[in-house]
Ligand binder design. Structure first.
Ligand SMILES: *Cc1c(COP(=O)(O)O)cnc(C)c1O
Length: 396
């Protein structure tokens, strides 16, 4: 008797069902539900013929283990990809995607709203190896065609934008890029494939910082690079050249996180949207940057392309002295101040994109705060912010 639906019969199931079953086969592990942690560098071969001809599924630790296969197979299924590699951080997953797509002499287009370390990699390593990067307005849409050069080999998109939350028209950008033979790379960390199936929307190589919602616990660093049929060989080859292998415990924890990701994400999204609406009604707030709000300029694209929101968004406060923002944040009881999000806990950070934007001007009209809404009781979270706003007003 089969103990779990096989990959072929899983195709009829919805994503939430497939998350539960993908990447494990209890029949192969004495009935135990989860794939065990394989730690290993050396793989032994039974015969001279086997080692000379590299027979067997596994032949060296860096090339994959049952634990890494469980994670990457599951992600391939969830993302609708042809293949996936797992790396030790989201940033390293981005570097594999970029290195797979561009070579010396190529031109690369990157959204001005990209995760900042992505820019630092492009301006540093890629520039040093002869790849030229141009940053573009995230709202460019099909207008990306006018920025394409004969040597433009890749376009990087991220929706919504890091910190600034602009929505990008990914299908329109992909169509224009593909018309010129360029590869479309997406940082899909915010939505995950559950809310935005990247490869079905025209993305060739998709990156997920598994550090965020795949973990769900702020307890590991992990990246996933998935690719469609056309780009999978290049991604796999690039990964093999660098061998940035994720640790087995982290991959095991990521698989554990995967099983509950749909449930957690819907709760982060529901709580986040309710909190965004509540913040919209606050007199101290100038604007809420959340594509799920009807007033958001990206709402139409979000409604068309995304099936939900995660728990990350931002607000722009009405102008106040910096000391007032500090008074608000310093006294918070529940909201932590920290950068890496996607865990069970609520977070807030001050942010400002002025220092690094080059294609567009960031002038929102007041100080920015980015929120991650966790799984705490929403009433408690509102009370914490309510007291914070009182401190802000008192110090203004
Ligand atoms: C966190 C994050 C990354 C990088 O992930 P790390 O695992 O921290 O390297 C990349 N892109 C986005 C959008 C992120 O939020």
């Amino acid at each position: 008797m089969s103990l779990t639906p096989d990959p072929e019969s899983r195709k009829k199931f919805a994503p939430a069902t497939r998350l539960v079953h993908a990447g494990r086969d209890p029949g192969e592990q004495h009935g135990f539900v989860n794939t065990p942690i394989y730690r290993g560098s050396t793989v032994l071969y039974p015969t001279y013929d086997a080692i000379q001809n590299r027979r067997g599924r596994y032949n060296y630790g860096t090339k994959g283990t049952p634990t890494s296969d469980a994670l990457t197979d599951a992600w391939t299924e969830v993302a609708g990809a042809a293949g996936t590699v797992a790396t030790p951080s989201g940033l390293s997953a981005l570097t594999i995607a970029l290195m797979a797509a561009v070579s010396a002499g190529d031109h690369l287009l990157v959204t001005d709203s990209a995760y900042r370390p992505t820019r630092i990699f492009c301006d540093g390593v890629l520039a040093r190896y002869g790849v030229e990067t141009t940053y573009y307005d995230p709202l460019v849409g099909a207008g990306i065609a006018a920025l394409m050069r004969d040597n433009t080999k890749a376009v990087l998109v991220e929706a919504p934008g890091s910190q600034s939350f602009e929505m990008q028209d990914v299908p329109a950008i992909a169509e224009a890029a593909h018309a010129r033979g360029a590869c479309v790379i997406m940082d899909n960390t915010w939505a995950t494939p559950l809310l935005f199936p990247p490869h079905a929307r025209g993305v060739d190589i998709a990156v997920e910082a598994g550090t965020k919602y795949l973990s769900g616990g702020s307890d590991l660093l992990l990246g996933l690079t998935s690719a469609n049929q056309k780009y999978w060989p290049a991604v796999r080859r690039t990964f093999d050249h660098f061998a940035p292998c994720a640790g087995p415990e982290d991959m095991f924890l990521a698989l554990r996180g995967l099983r509950t990701m749909a449930l957690r994400l819907s709760e982060h999204g529901r709580q986040g949207l309710e909190m965004a609406r509540w913040l919209q009604g606050r007199p101290e707030v100038l604007r809420v940057l959340h594509p799920g709000l009807p007033e958001d300029p990206g709402h139409a694209i979000w409604t068309r392309d995304f099936s939900g929101a995660s728990g990350l968004f931002a607000v722009v406060l009405k102008p106040v002295p910096e000391a007032a923002v500090a008074a608000m944040l310093d006294g918070l009881e529940l909201f932590g101040m920290g950068f890496s999000w996607g865990g069970f806990e609520s977070l807030v950070i001050p942010f400002d994109c002025v220092g690094y934007r080059t294609a567009t001007r960031w002038a929102p009209g007041g100080p920015g705060l980015r929120f991650h809404i966790g799984l705490e009781d929403l009433g408690d979270l509102k009370a914490d912010l309510d007291a914070g706003f009182a401190r802000l007003r008192a110090a203004s």
